[in-house]
Design a protein around this ligand. Structure first.
Ligand code: UT7
Length: 324
């Protein structure tokens, strides 16, 4: 018998304000047609003035707890992935913890940009398997609208705000790939690519929050190459192959990247969860958002195999394989 981390519930929250591609046409030299055809994005949500990353995270966490039929008192810890914290410290996770009325357990943030939720999920799973916790809330929450350069058409049309969450709970498994829960993880970073995607400010450099800078076409090439590789490596660790996959739940950065990855994995698009058109790229929130949307639609059946994968600033990239 070994301990596995099973998803008991998922939830998400998107800010009320929806911004269509046409909004950018009025401000920049861009078109709805360019954005749709190059990225698959049609609209995104932006947080209201004063609405912070922790506000979004709290709303998503409440839904996930409800859907898991649990209360905050049942949770042993929170791991929250974000690159857009309310404050430099304390961790957004502690703000979510307080917002949920939790008085016990640990709460900390993981910062791996767009790969953040995959890293946080793997991290929480490792803690559960090590016996440090039985139930962990794993959250991805972002307000990327706060770090956009609104004059840079190559980046500001791509990102959106939102949050998604899952409740992981320990369950005994047999140690085979038939077990429910997280079966394997594959995490990678290569800091020599830090200049491809970064924010040009920070506490110990400029003393300001900074704005996002990206060499999109170079990141694109790395994404297409690295995402299918990490998914294959992760499946291999669980003694599984592409053919065993029921659902790909990818990071939602660009429909062309998602399609290319699915193609390399031999997966038809009806096995891929797609939310990029409505959410844009919400960084660490994109995978839990996609998971929660698909879960609420009842698309995942017990026993089905899910693969998540993501890449982002760092570069950092990785994959988690789990049985629903
Ligand atoms: O989530 C974290 C990881 N991030 C990603 O995965 C993003 C990866 N990159 C991408 O998704 C794509 O590279 C972009 C969508 C950012 C850009 O698409 P692309 O096909 O790689 O275009 P490009 O950057 O090579 O630019 C092509 C042209 C350029 O014009 P010239 O130099 O050919 O005249 C750009 O200036 O498209 C132009 N362009 C735009 N045109 C209209 C760039 N942004 C826009 C825009 N509207 N918004």
């Amino acid at each position: 018998m070994i301990r596995r981390s099973v998803i008991r519930g998922s939830g998400h929250y998107l800010p009320e304000r929806i911004v269509e591609n046409s909004w950018f046409e009025e401000r920049l030299e861009t078109t709805d047609e360019w954005i749709r055809s190059r990225t698959g994005i049609e609209r995104r949500h932006f947080a209201a003035e004063g609405q912070t990353t922790s506000d979004l995270g709290i709303r998503a966490a409440r839904v996930a707890l409800d859907r898991a039929s649990m209360t905050a008192a049942d949770i042993d810890g929170i791991v929250l992935a974000t690159s857009t914290p309310d404050l430099t410290f304390p961790a957004v996770a502690t703000m979510v913890q307080a917002g949920l009325g939790m008085k016990r357990g640990f709460a900390y943030d993981v910062q791996a940009v767009c790969a953040g939720f995959v890293f946080a999920l793997a991290n929480a799973d490792a803690m559960i398997r090590a016996g440090l916790a039985d139930r962990v809330l794993v959250i991805g929450a972002e307000t990327f609208s706060r770090i956009m350069d609104w004059t840079d058409r190559g980046t500001c049309v791509l990102f959106g705000d939102g949050a998604g969450a899952v409740v992981l709970e320990a369950q005994d498994g047999n140690g085979t790939s038939d077990d429910r829960g997280i079966l394997s993880a594959d995490l990678n970073s290569d800091g020599t690519y830090r200049d491809l995607l970064y924010v040009d400010g920070g506490v110990s450099s400029t003393g300001s929050a900074g704005q996002l800078r990206m060499q999109g076409n170079l990141v694109f090439r790395h994404a297409v190459e690295k995402l299918s590789k990490t998914a294959a490596a992760c499946l291999a660790k669980a003694n599984l192959t592409d053919q065993d996959v029921d659902w790909l739940v990818p990071h939602q950065a660009n429909l062309r990247i998602i399609t290319a990855t699915a193609q390399k994995m031999g997966l038809p698009l009806d096995k891929v969860v797609l939310t990029v058109a409505d959410h844009g790229n919400t960084s660490a929130a994109s995978i839990p958002l996609a998971l929660s949307v698909a879960d609420q639609e009842g698309r995942f059946k017990p026993g089905q195999l899910l693969v998540t994968e993501a890449i982002g600033g760092g570069l950092s990239w990785g994959s988690v394989v789990l049985r629903w």
